[in-house]
Write a protein that binds this ligand. Structure first.
Ligand code: C2E
Ligand code: MG
Ligand code: MG
Ligand code: MG
Length: 280
């Protein structure tokens, strides 16, 4: 009967819900363990000048190697870490490690570029954020201008007034500020000038459509010219083909990042990348 079928569906649903919750709880405790046991690592994806091909900097991207399941994508575990608060110790560790690594590369004269570190919404809202970042830079000996921070629109939207104050303090210190995944959140064009960011990262979904849909090119053109009018830099995320690169160069977008240039690299591969490129 229909009733029996309905009940069956609920049972399936309940079982799926239960599986999901069990999986989340398991992942949370494994992630906690991974942080304690230092099973996380950082990879570095080059950010390239589209005019000179120079490596301007690297984005630091966290990696988790699980003893049984292998590499787990941050797209999978960062949202769980956000929910449970574990993202805060993760982000502090990544910040510390990325700054340490960049300082080492600079000391060895491998590069004079910057490292760009992702801040979760939760970390951005920590009351002692500015002081702790200052402390990290000091303990590592890295200059503020060699650090960029990537925040998303949602972190700003949460509390625009206090976000503006925090961003101004970081900017005053000389730290670079990027708005990550630009265009995916709220309609950002109207409030962009109110926040002291210096770089816009155009979300991969727009770069993906640039050579596929009629509007794709026009949308990116609009974003690039907007950033230029505001005196900001633009980084195109997820550049995968030479066609996309050509179009971005025509639009005079200044920076790019993506598999076309390089995937996120282990520290050893990033060092090879630096020593092989003439310009860095
Ligand atoms: P995101 O900050 O927007 O980082 C860019 C993501 O796009 C990275 O994925 C990168 O590997 C990927 N990517 C780069 N170029 C290409 C390309 O040409 N094609 C494609 N298909 N993908 C490309 P990843 O490393 O898996 O990170 C996913 C997201 O996880 C990041 O997006 C960021 O939101 C978050 N995340 C990563 N590391 C951290 C971290 O240390 N802290 C925090 N809070 N979030 C992080
Ligand atoms: Mg990012
Ligand atoms: Mg991004
Ligand atoms: Mg993105």
């Amino acid at each position: 009967s229909a009733k029996a079928q309905g009940k069956g569906r609920y049972e399936v649903f309940d079982a799926q819900m239960r599986d999901r919750v069990i999986r989340l709880v398991k992942m949370e405790s494994e992630l906690r363990h991974a942080i304690e046991q230092q099973m996380l690592s950082v990879q570095y994806q080059p950010i390239i000048s589209l005019t000179t091909q120079e490596t301007m900097g690297f984005e630091a991207l966290v990696r988790w190697h699980h003893p049984e399941r292998g590499w787990i994508s941050p797209a999978e575990f960062i949202p769980i870490a956000e929910e449970t608060g574990l993202v805060i110790p993760i982000d502090w560790w990544v910040l510390q490690e990325a700054c340490r690594q960049m300082k080492e590369w600079q000391d060895r004269k491998l590069t004079s570029s910057f490292v760009s570190v992702n801040l979760s919404c939760r970390q951005f809202l920590q009351p002692n954020l500015v002081e702790q970042i200052e402390q990290t830079l000091k303990s590592v000996g890295l200059e503020a201008r060699s650090l960029k921070l990537e925040i998303t629109e949602s972190a700003i939207i949460e509390n625009p007034e206090s976000a503006a104050i925090t961003l101004s303090k970081l900017k005053k210190m000389g730290i670079g500020l990027s708005l990550d995944d630009f265009g995916t959140g709220y309609s950002s064009l109207s409030y962009l000038h109110r926040f002291p960011v210096d770089t816009i990262k155009i979300d991969r979904s727009f770069i993906d459509r640039i050579d596929k849909e009629d509007d794709g090119l026009e949308i990116v053109r609009t974003i690039v010219s907007l950033t230029q009018n505001l005196g900001l830099d633009a980084i195109a995320e997820g550049v995968e083909t030479s066609e996309q690169l050509n179009l971005l160069q025509q639009l005079k977008s200044n920076y790019g990042q993506g598999y076309f240039f390089a995937k996120p690299l282990t520290p050893i591969d990033a060092e090879k990348w630096l020593s092989l490129s003439v310009l860095n």
